[in-house]
Design a protein around this ligand. Structure first.
Ligand SMILES: C[S@@+](CC[C@H](N)C(=O)[O-])C[C@H]1O[C@@H](n2cnc3c(N)ncnc32)[C@H](O)[C@@H]1O
Length: 226
């Protein structure tokens, strides 16, 4: 591991808004589960979660735009997340937190109905057929999100990957979920929209390769996906 990575890991541990709960703590019960709004954010604002947040530009970008909402970025890679956590710290943001955890464990850190909105930004596409269950928009993940989602939770997806985008449109259709909007090219829409204006690290990389950026949003309603 590089010295820089070690420094970032060490600094993450000093941030009051950075959490990396281990297995033992999750087993005992994560103390903020069901209490994020009261005990951490100290307000009753809607809670927006970004899954696979990487360097956290989307989480901090939305949090700057919407001070009347709370934001939590989730990812496994602490060295990447350090960037977002550092930005939130330097900008004294009070509506941002990061949790280093597998998305699979989302129901261990949030209580039923605690999450009001979900963003999935440039998820790993897992193109091989046997790995479709790992896709963050697979029916298996929808079931996990349903365990923590409030009524009318909207899920947003941004991706460069057309196959992943079409796969997600298929999951939405096959499971009778309500597609609210979709576009195969975000640049055809207002530069002011959230889904156009905030660009993540991976988005910039894909844009440099000439990829068109796709976006959709849908309602995670209460019918089962499995
Ligand atoms: C292609 S990167 C995109 C990062 C960021 N959203 C962006 O657009 O720059 C995908 C991210 O998802 C994270 N990820 C993938 N599967 C995950 C899982 N099951 N749990 C937690 N993080 C995951 C990876 O660690 C990685 O940082």
């Amino acid at each position: 591991m590089t010295k820089k990575k070690l420094q970032h890991f060490a600094e993450n541990a000093t941030f009051p808004h950075f959490f990396q709960p281990g297995f033992e703590l999750l087993k005992k019960g994560f103390p903020l589960k069901g209490k994020w709004k009261n005990d951490f954010f100290h307000n009753n604002h809607p809670l927006v979660v970004e899954l696979g947040c990487g360097k956290g530009e989307f989480t901090t970008g939305l949090a700057t735009r919407y001070p009347e909402k709370n934001f939590i970025g989730i990812d496994l890679k602490g060295a990447r997340m350090w960037r977002g956590a550092k930005t939130a710290h330097e900008s004294r943001m009070t509506n941002v937190a990061f949790v280093r955890i597998q998305v699979e464990l989302i129901a261990d850190i949030f209580a039923p109905e605690e999450v009001d909105e979900i963003w999935i930004t440039f998820p790993d596409p897992f193109p091989e057929k046997p790995k479709t269950k790992k896709r963050l928009t697979s029916p298996q993940f929808m079931e996990r999100y349903r365990q923590v989602a409030s009524t009318n939770t909207i899920i947003h997806l941004k991706t460069d990957n057309t196959s992943f985008f079409d796969y997600t449109l298929g999951v939405i259709q096959e499971n009778g979920l309500s597609l609210l909007f979709h576009t195969y090219d975000v640049d055809q829409h207002s530069e002011n929209s959230d889904f156009v204006s905030i660009k993540t690290f991976y988005e910039e990389k894909f844009r440099q390769k000439g990829e068109k950026i796709k976006y959709l949003k849908f309602l995670l309603n209460n019918t089962s996906c499995e």
